[in-house]
Design a protein around this ligand. Structure first.
Ligand SMILES: [Zn+2]
Length: 416
């Protein structure tokens, strides 16, 4: 992609309205723009990043044997009365009456819809275990939307649901999801704390939360400095490790994922039953597994940046390389840059070509801000020595390589 054709509105100044580092960098690097409080447009670069995160999530979900589907955002409120959660959701749920007088809500989550669907399609123990998931837009009427995409009114979530004939099946699926979550967060370059959590409004017994330590995080996690026991602080009091009796370290974090063993809470309410091997009617045993997909972008940036800008983990980077011809007026420089661009394209390495007629300083600053994994710098001096300069954004290390070696080196860095 040529920068001159792309849509990357970068900002030099730190935007006043952004409180957290991730929000500032998302605005400055041209990833998102706010439409109104808590509601964001994803610009092309932000959408590419979101696509990369979704690809990782899909791969790891599919590996567990889960199947992807898409459920509607519009839901009848009737289903929420049936589960008993209409009241629990309070003002957070967006409700309205349509022209036929139907009471509708915009889904803040999908346990009700999926249970209703499975009720009509799963009748026998032979149809389970079953895991279904979707990546979908959710809606919450937040009192105080904050930190850009972290606490938003419209956001993208991955939600998965498991259906089993017995508790053992639920345990197995729960563990598989737990493992998949660890892989997803690790591939996204995230350091995560996992805590046992209160199932709260979702219901059920066992649940775990996946928290990304971040300065701007609204949740506080207690971590034992000795045994690494981890828990969420429900109230802002200090407390001790239940195992070692030492004071827990307080760490601010962003909640990225939450998994629940729901049991039969929803299947009982919806009469989602199946016939077991003895022909006995039983409620389906369920689990649910959520990841805040759009909020992941913010957490990744919180944990992967420096004073100059974002440092994308390789798999997340919107482009893998950015080519910086330092003087577009010089034919020799542009020809070499075009040549490398064409070769990277042939190798399937997605590359951004900064063909803007800008000073070298501006290009360097923007490249650092954007955080693309590898910078390929083409200037007069290095070219005259039959070389190009490479810069790794992860550690800002620069090195000169011979032109004949450049492609091999680039491939090595990006695949390594
Ligand atoms: Zn401890």
């Amino acid at each position: 992609m040529f920068w001159s054709k792309a849509f990357i509105p970068t900002l030099k100044e730190v935007p006043q309205e952004a409180e957290s580092v991730s929000h500032q960098l998302m605005l400055r690097a041209g990833l998102v723009r706010m439409l109104m409080a808590g509601v964001y447009s994803y610009l092309p670069l932000g959408w590419k990043v979101l696509g990369n995160i979704q690809r990782i999530i899909r791969q790891e979900m599919d590996r567990t044997g889960a199947s992807e589907l898409l459920l509607p955002a519009l839901q009848p409120q009737e289903l929420w009365l049936k589960s008993g959660r209409n009241k629990d959701m309070g003002e957070v749920m967006v409700r309205f009456v349509d022209r036929r007088g139907r009471k509708i809500c915009l889904g803040p989550t999908h346990e009700e819809v999926i249970t209703e669907l499975v009720r009509t399609l799963v009748f026998s123990y032979k149809q389970m275990p079953l895991i279904l998931y979707q990546i979908q837009t959710k809606f919450r009427d937040e009192i105080r939307p904050r930190f850009g995409v972290v606490r938003a009114c419209e956001f993208i979530m991955k939600d998965a649901y498991s259906f089993d004939k017995d508790e053992g099946g639920l345990e197995t699926n729960y563990k598989a999801m737990h493992n998949a979550y660890n892989k997803i967060f690790s591939r996204c370059g995230l350091n995560i704390l996992t805590t046992e959590a209160d199932p709260g409004v979702m219901g059920g017994t066992v649940s775990h939360e996946f928290m990304a330590p971040a300065e701007s995080g609204e949740d506080v996690v207690g971590v034992c400095p000795k045994c690494k026991f981890t828990q969420i602080f429900q109230e802002p009091k200090a407390s001790d490790c239940p195992r070692c009796q030492v004071k827990l370290d307080k760490i601010n974090a962003i909640e990225l994922g939450h998994i629940f063993q729901l049991g039969t809470k929803y299947s009982s309410a919806f009469a989602a039953n199946f016939l077991d091997a003895q022909g006995k009617l039983k409620p389906i045993i369920m689990g649910c597994y959520g990841i805040g997909v759009s909020r992941l972008i913010a957490a990744i940036i919180e944990q992967n940046h420096d004073a100059a800008g974002i440092i994308w983990p390789n798999e997340i980077s919107p482009y893998k390389a950015i080519i910086l011809p330092l003087d577009v007026a010089q034919t020799m420089i542009m020809e070499k840059a075009q040549d490398i661009y064409a070769k990277l394209d042939e190798l399937g390495i997605e590359t951004l070509f900064d063909d803007r007629d800008e000073r070298a300083g501006v290009k360097f600053k923007d490249a650092d801000l954007l955080g693309i994994t590898l910078q390929v710098i083409i200037g007069k001096e290095t070219l005259e020595n039959n070389s190009v300069e490479l810069k790794l954004r992860s550690n800002n290390q620069k090195f000169i390589v011979k032109q004949t070696e450049a492609l091999k080196k680039i491939k090595g860095i990006l695949n390594g």
